[in-house]
Design a protein around this ligand. Structure first.
Ligand SMILES: Nc1ncnc2c1ncn2[C@@H]1O[C@H](COP(=O)(O)OP(=O)(O)OP(=O)(O)O)[C@@H](O)[C@H]1O
Length: 263
């Protein structure tokens, strides 16, 4: 089966700094893959290149939706086009519309899927109303899957921290992705919230058939959840393999210089 994401020798140069240096990656349908590395290793920059925030200096990025007959380059596309193409992401710092309701935050994710034209939006014709009703329905269904349905009418800013992070995932799921990129989803979570997050990511993969690429510093989460791990340091790939292989890899241990890599 062809990979759903294929990154070929991607580099991103800022002035004299090669933040990402010839990094390649493949993700297969149904995988949970982690991208790890010390602070400043280039992980978020890599996400930004894949999701259209930056145009990579070198290399290419291809996606092939499950069932599609050929891969497509997404390099240089705007972020919303990449989202339409089936990749959705969350950010290191929570980016919710804090004064909007939980439901509205998820509905926003759906909007690029609406087909009605401006005419429909102004005159609210039957087709527009039906589409809007479907967006409300689908958004509510996602909130149920994420376990946030009891907060549906709360303002996003009033949710507990862990629930806000889960809402970001719900919003990303609203764009109907086949690959979800999560940038430090467990950051700031307590152990109970982290455990809920692990269960949620597994359900997203198993029930929703969405593959996951995550950046994470919480090594126990990484080791327990991911099937394959890519390790970067100074923008370069230094190791790739199963959690067991990565735990015992000398280069990885050296790069972390005493940072805990045991689960
Ligand atoms: N827009 C930018 N302009 C210049 N340098 C940048 C820019 N974005 C990131 N960098 C630099 O690129 C390097 C990689 O940063 P990046 O944020 O991708 O690392 P990271 O692995 O995600 O780190 P962390 O784990 O701390 O989030 C760092 O040296 C950073 O200072």
């Amino acid at each position: 089966m062809a990979p759903i994401l294929e990154v070929d020798n991607l580099s991103m140069v800022f002035g004299g700094l090669r933040a990402v240096d010839s990094l390649s990656m493949k993700i297969n349908e149904g995988e949970i893959v982690a991208l790890i590395g010390p602070n400043g290793a280039g992980k978020t920059t890599f996400f930004n290149c894949v999701t259209g925030v930056y145009v990579p200096t070198e290399g290419d990025v291809y996606v092939q939706a499950p069932g599609a007959s050929e891969r497509k380059s997404i390099k240089g596309l705007k972020p919303h086009k990449i989202t339409e193409g089936g990749l959705a992401r969350t950010f290191q710092n929570i980016r919710l519309f804090s004064n909007m309701s939980v439901l509205e935050n998820v509905m926003i994710g759906h909007h690029h899927r609406l087909n009605s034209e401006v005419f429909g939006a102004v005159f609210r014709d039957k087709k527009t109303r039906e589409e809007e009703e479907k967006v409300v329905h689908d958004s509510y269904e996602i909130l149920k899957k994420i376990g946030l349905e009891k907060h549906v009418n709360d303002l996003a800013k009033n949710l507990p921290y862990g629930a806000q992070r889960r809402l970001e995932i719900a919003r990303a799921m609203g764009t109907d992705p086949f690959l979800l990129l999560l940038d430090e989803p467990a950051a700031g979570m307590n152990p109970h919230e982290t455990k809920d997050l692990v269960d949620l990511i597994l359900r997203i993969r198993d029930d929703e058939k969405i593959s996951v690429l995550l950046i994470e510093h919480d090594m126990s989460l990484v080791m327990n959840l991911s099937e394959r791990i890519y390790v970067v340091d100074y923008g370069k790939l230094i190791a790739t393999g199963s959690p067991q292989e990565i735990k015992t890899n000398k280069e990885v241990i050296k790069a972390y210089l005493g940072e805990e890599v045991d689960a």
